[in-house]
Every structure is written in structure tokens, then in C-alpha cells.
Design a protein around this ligand. Structure first.
Ligand code: IDP
Ligand code: MG
Length: 153
């Protein structure tokens, strides 16, 4: 089953939205495969936001990502990389569609509640960066048979 990587950012932790974000993914039918709380180091943020390290706003972004511990999650489901990305909405909370996490919960480009992997390839790289093999759980839920038709899984 496909897996994607999510960070529930300090903007969500500070605003007591951890449960709201997890609840949206859970209600959608995605399955939690791994989850932990972490204080992100300079080194891991340089890797994770490597495409942004030369931007003028990077020091501010790094400080914002270190403002509180974050929640790291791996969600599992059919096509879940694209499903989760669509549920998060575009980067800027002010332009993200209503109904998305950022569109409903954020007014900011930087303080946008959640990170999610943007492709299958980056999901694999990001999951390796933040989790080790023993962090993952494989289990059956009572609802699993109600989430997909037989030919979808
Ligand atoms: P994404 O999170 O939608 O994939 P990216 O362009 O990969 O967006 O940027 C990563 C994160 O960096 C964003 O979620 C946001 O928190 C922050 N960021 C991106 N562009 C800006 C900016 O112009 N100003 C401030 N923060 C930004
Ligand atoms: Mg990105």
C-alpha cells in the first residue's frame, strides 16, 4: 500500500489543531502506519527544506519549524500521496481552497499547519529521513473492508 509523510507543524501545535488534522486524515479512511513527536534539528530541516535554504525567508521558516515539537506521521492508503496533498491544499493558506486543511485553518504562507510529500519519490526519501523500520505498524482495522471496493486494493 502506498505511504506518504506528513508533519503537523508548530502552527498547528500552537493552535491546538493536532487532533483536527489527524482527524481529517483518519475520517478520510487513511491508515496511520507510524507517528511520533520530535523537536526538529537544524540539520534535518536543512535536508528537508533543501530546495529553500537559499531563500531569504529560510531562517524565519527554520525558526518557525523549531518553535514547538512537531508530530511526524506516515499515512497509508491507495494513491495516498496525491490524496493527502490535495487534502492539504496549496502552500498559501489564503489561496488554498475551502475544504482543504490549509484553506480552512490557515491565513499564512509560512504558518500553514501541515507538510505533506509532493510525490511518491519524495515520500520515500522523507519517510527514510524521519523514520526507521521499527517505527512502522502493519495491522487490520475493523473498518478496513468498508474503505475500498475489492478491486481497488
Ligand atoms: P509546500 O509545503 O506546499 O510543499 P514548499 O514550496 O515546498 O511548499 O515550501 C515548504 C514550506 O516553506 C511551506 O509549506 C511554507 O511553510 C514555507 N514557505 C514556502 N514559501 C514561502 C515563502 O515565500 N515565505 C514564507 N514561507 C514559505
Ligand atoms: Mg514542498
Amino acid at each position: 500500500m502506498e505511504r506518504t509523510f506528513v508533519i503537523i507543524k508548530p502552527s498547528a501545535v500552537n493552535r491546538q489543531l493536532i487532533g483536527e488534522v489527524i482527524s481529517r486524515f483518519e475520517k478520510k479512511g487513511l491508515k496511520l502506519a507510524a507517528m511520533k513527536m520530535a523537536q526538529l534539528s537544524d540539520a534535518i530541516l536543512h535536508d528537508h527544506y533543501n530546495h529553500l535554504v537559499d531563500k531569504p525567508f529560510f531562517p524565519r521558516l527554520k525558526a518557525a519549524m523549531q518553535a514547538t515539537p512537531v508530530i511526524l506521521c506516515c499515512w497509508e492508503g491507495v494513491d495516498c500521496v496525491n490524496v493527502v496533498r490535495a487534502m492539504c491544499g496549496v502552500t498559501n493558506g489564503r489561496t488554498a481552497d475551502a475544504g482543504t486543511i490549509r484553506g480552512d485553518l490557515s491565513m499564512s504562507m509560512q504558518e500553514n499547519i501541515v507538510h505533506s510529500s509532493d510525490s511518491l519519490e519524495s515520500a520515500a526519501v522523507e519517510l527514510k529521513r524521519f523514520f526507521i523500520d521499527t517505527d512502522y505498524f502493519s495491522y487490520e482495522r475493523a473498518v478496513d473492508k468498508a474503505i475500498y471496493a475489492n478491486d481497488e486494493v
